[in-house]
Design a protein around this ligand. Structure first.
Ligand code: ADE
Length: 227
């Protein structure tokens, strides 16, 4: 999969997208990350990318021309063009799975008061929010989405780790995990996990998942019970 990111702050992506699982996905060519600095697509001497809003008001608006130029410089025929905004539909695991099946995703990161509406009207296929709170720009939401989308690409998670077993995907929250030592400062690992009895362990994990979901996310629990 290819992911293009249009941003005024490409350096923000270098650390988070260069480490651990996502960094490895890039190194192994499972994910191609194309960071594009919108400022490189200005045609004015001062590389200006924003201006005051028509009609007045606080803040600056990102101008259409550099963004149009940037988008016209790449192939977007078969691309989803995603604009991160609190006005968008709220991101979730189903949307991560849907996006992970695409060939090319383009993330347009707004900053300041956002981008000229004509960019959205002309180019954007999906407006997405990562939750009901307001951030200073679309870069962090883009990274959150890229992380959750990239891990769904076949081969990105190790063979042994399957997202199908885990929290949310299954409709339940995950059971607790423990590792060595079996006793730490007087606190013990549940006996059943040391038993070697896989059937019993599976049953315990399922019971815990149900219990935790009922307690912490009654909304998910109700949905699961109705399935
Ligand atoms: N830009 C600013 N706040 C945002 C949010 N909550 N989700 C997506 N994009 C944003």
């Amino acid at each position: 999969m290819k992911i293009s990111v249009l941003t005024l702050f490409p350096h923000m992506f270098a650390g988070p997208m260069g480490e651990s699982i996502i960094g490895r996905a890039v190194d192994n060519n499972l994910l191609e990350l194309n960071l594009m600095n919108i400022r490189d697509y200005t045609k004015n001497k001062h590389k200006k990318v924003d201006d005051y809003p028509y009609g007045g008001g606080a803040g600056m608006v990102m101008q259409a021309d550099p963004i149009f130029n940037a988008l016209e410089s790449i192939d977007t025929k078969n691309s989803r063009i995603i604009y991160m905004t609190p006005k968008g539909k709220v991101f979730n695991q189903d949307l991560a799975i849907e996006f992970s099946k695409e060939e090319h995703l383009v993330f347009l990161c707004g900053h300041y008061e956002g981008v000229d509406q004509r960019v959205i009207d002309h180019w954007v296929t999906d407006e997405v929010s990562i939750g009901d709170y307001v951030l200073t720009g679309g870069e962090l939401p883009a990274m959150v989405m890229i992380d959750s989308i990239a891990r769904m690409i076949p081969g990105v998670l190790g063979q042994k780790v399957s997202y199908m077993d885990e929290s949310i995907y299954s409709g339940l929250l995950e059971y607790p995990h423990y590792t060595r030592p079996s006793e730490y400062r007087g606190m013990l690992v549940p006996e059943v996990l040391l038993s070697g009895n896989h059937k019993k362990i599976e049953q315990w994990r399922m019971d815990k998942s149900l219990e935790i979901t009922r307690e912490k996310r009654p909304d998910l629990y109700k949905k699961y019970k109705k399935l």
